[in-house]
Design a protein around this ligand. Structure first.
Ligand SMILES: Cc1ncc(C[n+]2csc(CCOP(=O)(O)OP(=O)(O)O)c2C)c(N)n1
Ligand SMILES: [Mg+2]
Length: 591
């Protein structure tokens, strides 16, 4: 056994658990932990400029690669509260992330000491565990349990709050015998899988809804194998986008009231059976439940028991890790194929392909100011199949999801449920830290970009290059569009005459100057014909300068993007594609 400070044991455990990348900023109450990181080595650290930024960086880092657990670190008080939004975003999208905070000494916790806030209580609803460690000897056990919890069942974040005296207290800890606790994952039985496939077999027009749980479980290849064996179309959810390549013959398109394609919704509305795997029936996917459920039978597979029946009661629910379910399902499906028991789904699959080629929205607009649809068309041309997109919310995210293409899991990294503005930039930095060789492309509206803008300097200082496409309509665009229902346009405009930048033409903030001031490169584009060259130059500059490169696209100020409240009532505001030239980067072309 060896005697050491509790923080030294904590750092050793991080390394032994494979969590070796931190994002944070020091403060007096967390300095002992920083001293332990410095002494021990082995943990990478990126100094953020805002603690919320650090939490989104850790979140992006976790999402970027299987097995990653990003660490975010802050001091006591406001550093912890700043990271609550980051914990919420990670918790809502089932992302493992370890948040560490410093705290006032144990004896001062109830004395209104400087920055002695009860962060564990504040964080409790958005974490799998939030604990202020009061006994130094518990530190190893709490860290050990944190990793078990983050990895078991539905993944999620944990907060460990460390009073400064607890950090510095000496404890007995034997690094050589430390072993991670077993990870607990329920697995479907053969009876359950057989019943689910029997129900699917009894249907005429089945679809599989593939959710982010499949990505978390590393089950994407099995999902494709199951779909191909059964010849059943797949609807990826927003969190599952990329599980099956967009151009796979069985990809039906995304379904929803915002981030969806016309063909995806049309196919879903024709279906009579839905097998949901690792998904959560998000309201932006289902829209009104009566329309979503009408005439369909549902099987729901989820790793978290309380998710079954949360949104609506499925006809059959299975509690299972997605990969464990898919393994057995592929086995049973192959047995059935070998004995000729599987139905011929050709006509149904052909109808899915037909909708993909006909129910398209127009993207090839030539106007100046630029229409957003054209931006995504040009992004499809400029950015390759291996591009990792990062985004949060706004018309930017919604239109991006309608028009961009994703071909691989973990290549659409999106704060799907929480959607905090400001998430995109720091999350992209976390992704860039996790995958230095990847082509990372962030997508922000102007308002999202302005939240957490300071984190660009982190990318410049720490050489975390990525391309940041900022679609600037000088509006809180999504909120402007939603205010149409109130017949108002009230406090949603970001436009003003910038007395220092006449070239912003009344759009207000000069994003190019702001990015340059923070040590990054930036290009402004006003004509759609200039987009290809701008994207190519931006990519080249990320290589040359190893810093974030911003491409600010000046959009027309008002463009309403297709959305609605029911799957059969999505409003179209813009032209639909009527020939291949209207939508040249669609996956299946008209004509
Ligand atoms: C922290 C936070 N506050 C408020 C919102 C609500 N909200 C969602 S989208 C949006 C406007 C986004 O504007 P912008 O980033 O410019 O994107 P656009 O819709 O114009 O493309 C707002 C205010 C939010 N998602 N997060
Ligand atoms: Mg905007």
């Amino acid at each position: 056994m060896s005697r050491m400070r509790a923080v030294d044991a904590a750092v050793i455990i991080l390394e032994k658990e494979g969590a070796t990348q931190a994002f944070g900023l020091p403060g007096a109450a967390i300095n002992p932990f920083y001293a332990a990181m410095r002494r021990h080595g082995g943990i990478g650290h990126v100094l953020a400029r805002h603690v919320e930024g650090a939490s989104h960086m850790a979140d992006g880092y976790s999402r970027a690669k299987p097995g990653n657990i990003g660490i975010c670190i802050g001091t006591s008080g406001p550093a912890g509260t700043d990271m609550i939004t980051g914990l919420y975003a990670a918790w809502a999208d089932s992302v493992p992330m370890l948040c560490l905070t410093g705290q006032a000494p144990v004896a001062k916790l109830d004395k209104e000491d400087f920055q002695a806030v009860d962060i564990a209580s504040i964080a409790a609803p958005v974490t799998k565990m939030a604990k202020t460690v009061l006994e130094a000897a518990q530190v190893p056990g709490v860290f050990q349990q944190a990793f078990q919890l983050m990895r078991s069942g539905r993944p999620g974040p944990v907060l460990i709050d460390l009073p400064i005296d607890v950090q510095m207290a000496e404890i007995e800890f034997d690094p050589d015998t430390y072993t991670p606790l077993p990870v607990i994952k329920p697995a479907a039985t053969r009876e359950q899988v057989t019943k689910a496939l029997d129900m699917l077999a009894a249907s005429q027009r089945p679809v599989i809804v593939a959710g982010g749980g499949i990505v978390n479980a590393g089950g994407e290849d099995l999902l494709i194998e199951l779909a191909e064996t059964l010849d059943v179309p797949v609807v990826p959810t927003l969190m599952g986008w990329g599980i099956i390549p967009d151009d796979h013959r069985l990809t039906a398109g995304m379904v929803g009231i915002q981030t969806s394609q016309r063909y995806g919704n049309a196919t879903f509305l024709e279906s009579d059976f839905v097998l949901g795997v690792g998904n959560r029936w998000a309201n932006r996917h289902t829209g009104g439940l009566d329309t979503y459920r009408r005439g369909r039978t549902f099987v729901h597979v989820d790793i978290e028991p309380t998710q079954i029946g949360r949104v609506f009661a499925p006809d059959f629910g299975i509690v299972s890790d997605a990969r464990a379910f898919l393994e057995l399902a592929v086995e049973v499906a192959k047995e059935r194929r070998a004995t000729g028991e599987l139905a011929d789904r050709t006509a149904w699959v052909d109808s899915v392909a037909h909708r993909k080629a006909t129910l398209l929205r127009k993207t090839h607009f030539t106007e100046v100011p630029i229409k957003p649809q054209r931006v995504y068309e040009e992004m499809n041309k400029a950015f390759g199949r291996d591009t990792v997109y990062v985004t949060t919310i706004g018309l930017s995210q919604i239109a991006g999801a309608q028009f961009l293409h994703v071909y691989r899991p973990r290549h659409w990294i999106n704060a799907g449920q929480a959607g905090p503005l400001g998430w995109t930039g720091p999350a992209a930095l976390g992704v860039a830290a996790a995958r230095p060789a990847a082509d990372v492309v962030a997508l922000s509206g102007d308002y999202d970009f302005q939240f957490m803008l300071e984190e660009l300097a982190v990318g410049a200082q720490h050489h975390l290059p990525y391309v940041h496409v900022v679609v600037n309509n000088a509006y809180l665009g999504l909120i402007r569009q939603s205010q149409r229902a109130y017949e108002m346009d009230f406090h949603v405009s970001l436009a003003f005459e910038n007395i220092n930048s006449a070239e912003t033409d009344g759009y207000g903030v000069d994003h190019v100057k702001a990015a340059e001031a923070l040590g990054c490169k930036a290009i402004r584009v006003k004509d759609p014909e200039d987009l290809p060259a701008a994207f190519a130059r931006a990519q080249a500059m990320t290589q040359e300068f190893q810093v974030p490169v911003v491409v600010e696209v000046i959009l027309e100020r008002v463009t309403n993007i297709a959305m609605g409240v029911e799957l059969d009532g999505v409003s179209e505001f813009e032209d639909l594609a009527i020939s291949a030239t209207d939508s040249p980067t669609a996956l299946a072309l008209l004509d």
